[in-house]
Ligand binder design. Structure first.
Ligand code: NAD
Ligand code: UGA
Length: 462
């Protein structure tokens, strides 16, 4: 089937950028992105492109080009469903906070709500594309809902997980390593797969489009995230070993990364990985393995998260212990709140956990991030520790790094924003209480240069 109209339910970090690229590369297809969140949709429709709800380098240009031509953002979900031949489900799939699987399993309530809504109002055949990250065999549940609730329409289900990383989303979408499309091995299933292959073929070389069965596609997504996170926890676990043995984690990382079988990507030590997906997807993998009795497999993958928590905690603990042992000012300047550079997304950022640990140690927090809003920082902390009043008293947000040094002996770098590397560190030193310390949770600064200015520099794994 040649697709002329696409609907995408969910205008978030995945739905927005992904559909912007599909619309840009397929000007003959109308793409409508819908969401229940009116504020988000009106931000996508804003005339001021600095107000798009997501900060992602290069995104505004693509939206500028396609919006109003063949890219639309709307809250009229029913209308978009009725008028589309292909519907992407790109809603959030967070970890369950109650019921069976609480704390581990993926919460599929939003995906199921979409399936119900599609089933209720569809009057013509539809191809449903699972874009959200979901547990293996979720497509079966979607199929069940659709086919039991609407017997007059043919629904084909595809799995097309998204591999973009935030901060580099536009590049990842324009030149993806691979696109995976899973579907049923039936005549109609293969036709549906081909319809989606045709859309991606507008810009992705055929050799990079991999077609599989539905379950391989679903499981590949969880597995890819687990492997990436596993590399970070591996290198982070070794950073502690380096600190005890005199080895340097940056040298070890370079040495092993030069082995072409290992490769150099994702070997950068940090104060712990964040982001909305690694933790939730690994918890989900652990849950799936455990729920089918594969306890040893579950324990193996769970260890990635144990090391990640440990890395954040030991970083925060070093700072708290220094303040206590040296009777320093009880204020710490946190540089960077986003979970990585070039995004305003803070979900599961190490900054939240480090700050919470320091607050519990009766230390005040001064925060500066180039892209994250004050309200988001308080939201993150309040959500984690439920202590709104205390957070308000002990956390101050600044809109420049110099003011953020107010009464501090210690700077903690949590996000690897490029601008931190270019600061006038002599001036920063002059504005701090002495002795001055930098805890570089990303190893982005020049140790020798900072020490020559007078700082005590403490990196990770060295
Ligand atoms: P998000 O929270 O930014 O966006 C999801 C959107 O869906 C929200 O705006 C929400 O209002 C909307 N929504 C939820 N239920 C709805 C409904 N019933 N009808 C209409 N709208 C509804 O989430 P995201 O980061 O875009 O992630 C979406 C999915 O993609 C998740 O499964 C995630 O694991 C996966 N994923 C995310 C990334 C990433 O970098 N963020 C990358 C790859 C895959
Ligand atoms: C990750 C994956 O890279 C994407 O392929 C996937 O689509 C996405 O999750 C998802 O499913 O949501 P993302 O979380 O946006 O993307 O960003 P990453 O670049 O993977 O970084 C995740 C975290 O790991 C960040 O906190 C980052 O700073 C940290 N990291 C990354 C390290 O500490 N060291 C590294 O070497 C790489």
């Amino acid at each position: 089937m040649r697709i002329k109209n696409i609907c995408c339910i969910g205008a978030g970090y995945v739905g927005g950028p992904t559909m912007a690229i599909i619309a840009q590369k397929n000007p003959d297809i109308n793409v409508t992105v819908v969401d229940i969140n009116e504020k988000r949709i009106s931000a996508w429709n804003s005339n001021n492109f600095d107000e798009l709800p997501i900060y992602e380098p290069g995104l505004a240009d693509v939206v500028k080009e396609a919006r109003g031509r063949n890219l639309f953002f709307s809250t009229d979900i029913d209308d978009a469903i009725i008028n589309s031949e292909m519907i992407f489900i790109s809603v959030n799939t967070p970890t369950k906070t109650s019921g069976e699987g609480k704390g581990f399993a993926a919460d599929l309530k939003y995906v199921k709500l979409c399936a119900n809504q599609i089933a209720e109002i569809s009057k013509s055949d539809k191809i449903i594309v699972e874009k959200s990250t979901v547990p293996v065999r979720t497509s079966e549940k979607i199929k069940e809902i659709l086919r039991s609730k609407n017997k007059n329409v043919d629904f084909q289900i595809l799995s097309n997980p998204e591999f973009l990383a935030e901060g580099t989303a536009m590049r990842d979408l324009k030149i993806p390593d691979r696109v995976i499309i899973g579907g049923d091995n039936t005549k109609k299933g293969n036709e549906a797969i081909q319809s989606l292959v045709d859309i991606y073929s507008s810009w992705v070389p055929k050799k990079n489009i991999l077609t599989t069965n539905l379950w391989s596609s679903e499981l590949s997504k969880l597995t890819a995230n687990a492997f990436l996170a596993q590399r970070i926890s591996s290198i982070n676990s070794l950073s502690e070993l380096c600190e005890e043995t005199g080895a340097d984690i940056e040298e070890v990382s370079k040495a092993i990364g030069m082995d072409s079988r290992i490769g150099s990507n994702f070997l950068k030590t940090s104060v712990g990985f964040g982001g909305s997906c690694f933790q939730k997807d690994i918890l989900n993998l652990v849950y799936i393995a455990r729920s089918i009795g594969l306890e040893k497999v579950a324990n193996y993958w769970e260890q990635i998260l144990i090391i990640n928590n440990h890395q954040r905690e030991r970083f925060a603990n070093k700072i708290a212990s220094l303040i206590k042992n040296k009777s320093l000012n009880k204020n710490v300047c946190i540089l960077g709140w986003a979970f990585k550079k070039d995004t305003n997304d803070t979900r599961e950022s190490a900054a939240i956990y480090v700050s919470d640990y320091l607050l519990k140690s009766k230390i005040n927090i001064n925060v500066y991030d180039p892209k994250v809003e004050e309200s988001q920082i308080f939201f993150d902390l309040n959500y984690l520790n439920n202590n709104d009043a205390k957070n308000k008293r002990h956390v101050s947000i600044y809109n420049n790094p110099i003011d953020c040094l107010h009464k501090t002996n210690i700077i903690a770098i949590i996000t690897e924003w490029d601008e931190f590397k270019g600061y006038d560190w002599k001036n920063i030193y002059a504005n701090m209480s002495k002795p001055a310390y930098i805890y570089d949770g990303r190893n982005i600064l020049d140790k020798d240069k900072l020490e020559s200015i007078g700082f005590n520099y403490i990196g990770l794994g060295r």
